[in-house]
Design a binder for this molecule. Structure first.
Ligand code: SF4
Ligand code: SF4
Length: 134
């Protein structure tokens, strides 16, 4: 053992080195905990949150009731009942559109399958409610 190693042993060099890292962390401490719900995390643009059925700017629903989202969903979340638009036999719409979001994997396959971009994944992640709907 040479003199340098002896000095390191006598001065507990490794412990001092560790304490230096600890002290540096303490002195430059920045809290990373967010005070939710008063502070909210900024999400990445491709975050997959709550699914939404979209509308055109004039308020009409984009969905044409084609069932492709239902067929694409691996978890059987979506149920679509389509019908003809009254007076326009060539047009269809979703008369009933149900989602059981308790089964959703947030895989986005339904969004990809939709031919008219009627489905979108929002950035909404606050699902808790005060009163549940039966
Ligand atoms: S995100 Fe995936 S699991 Fe959820 S409804 Fe769409 S296809 Fe089904
Ligand atoms: S795939 Fe799109 S247009 Fe077809 S039923 Fe689903 S949401 Fe509607």
């Amino acid at each position: 053992m040479n003199i340098k190693e002896w000095i390191k042993t006598l001065t507990f060099y490794e412990i001092l080195l560790g304490m230096k890292a600890t002290m540096s962390h303490l002195l430059h401490y920045k809290p990373i905990t967010l005070q939710y719900p008063h502070e909210k995390r900024s999400l990445p643009s491709n975050y997959r949150g709550m699914l939404a059925l979209l509308r055109y700017d004039d308020g009409t629903e984009k969905c044409v009731g084609c069932d492709l989202c239902e067929a694409a969903c691996p978890s059987r979340v979506i149920r679509v009942v389509s019908a003809e638009v009254p007076g326009e036999p060539t047009k269809r719409y979703s008369k009933e559109y149900d989602m059981d979001m308790t089964r959703c994997l947030f895989c986005g396959l339904c969004v990809q399958a939709c031919p008219v971009d009627a489905l979108g994944m929002t950035q909404e992640y606050e699902w808790a409610v005060y009163d549940a709907i039966e």
